[in-house]
Design a protein around this ligand. Sequence first.
Ligand SMILES: [Fe+2]
Ligand SMILES: [Fe+2]
Length: 189
Amino acid sequence: MLRSSTDPRWLPQALASFDRVLVDHAHCEKKAASSAISLLAAFPGHSLLVQRMARLAQEEIGHFRQVYDRLLARGGCLGRDPGDPYARGLRALVRHSQEETRLTDLLLVSALIEARSHERLDLLARGLADRELADFYAGLARAESGHARLFVDLAKEYADPAAVDARLAELAAAEADLLARLPIAPRIH
Ligand SMILES: [Fe+2]
Ligand SMILES: [Fe+2]
């Protein structure tokens, strides 16, 4: 689904400032939960979407709790969310003219964010020297692995599958472009 691989300079930076990554990661899990709730609130008549998003919100807030507990155990604190230029850049691509295309885009943007998060959690799992922490990240990466597909499948429930694939190709190219323009930083994205 992704059109690019993470720059090899990212992992050493992330490992060197791992506590900053952990804070950003906690914010990401919190936002994954809250965006699932926003989606079910925005499309209350779409029963399958409501069911899937309710389950996802619960799973993501569970991830938040796990990451947050780690953060506290390491003496960190969450702090205010500084915002996420990556997610903001992707959301700016959502078409708002019609409900159907808006839903397609919202779901596909979420799919791409999930795919990128999964890629990076997996890189952390492989790169962390602390065995226990590496296992923790491997578990989270596994948990995230189906989420990108979940969003694409949902998009295809509510729109023509061929149109969804075509739009996904456009948005995936835009995602790769956006990531290449953003500075490499110790964050999930
Ligand atoms: Fe998650
Ligand atoms: Fe996820």
